[in-house]
Unconditional design. Structure first.
Length: 274
């Protein structure tokens, strides 16, 4: 049933929203079952072989928090697994619930490379994760579109693999470049190819841009870079940070349109942090 015979089970947990969703921690790894324990699949991802001593499912964040022996804590967002019920698995396509996200404001007075930052854990992915399920591989390309009202804010190409797929919207809005701006991009690209040090950057790689400031396709400020990496910008479009508000997400696949909504929240906590 997918569980190794040579790994003693230390802990088992049942999800609080989906009783068919079970997690087991063994002397080496962690496993998940979507069918109440009938079959099991490894849930290691980037986790090394390590004894699992305890697990808890956060009641608000829907995160699986794992306590290991000697390798600290490991946290995984299991909201997609919670929604992956037998009815969803039986569908040809499914778009999972989209979570609201905060449009964080960075403090430019803080050096990200300062020593105390070396002890920070990894943050959750920035932006909205668009997760969708395909029962079989897509017969054509998959397109993910972000709208605010009738305005197409951004568009991405998605993977069409059978099973779980995801696209990350970095809370950016793309705007067509003028011909003059395209020429500037071409010259900047040529310089970046000629200068070996264009990979060097200032120690603030996680700064977000200001409103209406051009940012990278990942939503990060371009001002902190000595030379911007070519893949951080598009020739035909420039990107700015999206505005707070409600957005519609569409996944176009196999001639069908899957639709959901998400909300971009303003960073009301900025003044309290700094």
């Amino acid at each position: 049933n997918g569980l190794p015979e040579d790994e003693p089970v230390n802990v088992i947990r049942e999800d609080h929203t989906n009783p068919n969703l079970l997690f087991i921690g063994t002397a080496k790894a962690i496993y998940v079952s979507l069918d109440g324990g009938g079959s099991w699949t490894s849930l290691r991802n980037n986790m090394p072989n390590v004894p699992i001593h305890d697990m808890v499912i956060h009641p608000r964040e829907n995160d699986l928090v794992v306590a290991t022996y000697g390798r600290s804590f490991w946290i995984a967002d299991i909201s997609v697994l919670q929604e992956l019920t037998p009815d969803v698995i039986a569908k040809q396509e499914h778009l999972f619930k989209l979570e609201p996200q905060v449009l964080w404001i960075s403090s430019r007075g803080t050096q990200v490379a300062a020593a105390f930052h070396n002890y920070d854990g990894e943050n959750a992915p920035h932006g909205v994760m668009v997760n969708y399920y395909l029962r079989a591989p897509a017969v054509d390309k998959v397109t993910v579109q972000i709208y605010q009202g009738s305005w197409l804010v951004n568009e991405y190409s998605g993977s069409g693999n059978g099973g779980l797929n995801s696209v990350q919207w970095y809370l950016t809005e793309r705007i067509p470049r003028t011909e003059e701006e395209k020429g500037q991009w071409d010259r900047s690209f040529e310089r970046s190819q000629a200068e070996e040090e264009y990979f060097d950057y200032y120690d603030g790689t996680d700064h977000f841009g200001e409103p209406d400031e051009e940012v990278s396709i990942f939503g990060r400020s371009l001002e902190i870079w000595i030379h911007t990496l070519p893949e951080w910008r598009e020739r035909d479009y420039k990107h700015i940070r999206a505005k707070p508000g409600e957005y519609t997400v569409k996944v176009l696949v196999n001639g069908h349109e899957l639709t959901g909504t998400t909300v971009v929240l303003q960073d009301h906590w900025y003044d309290k942090r700094y």
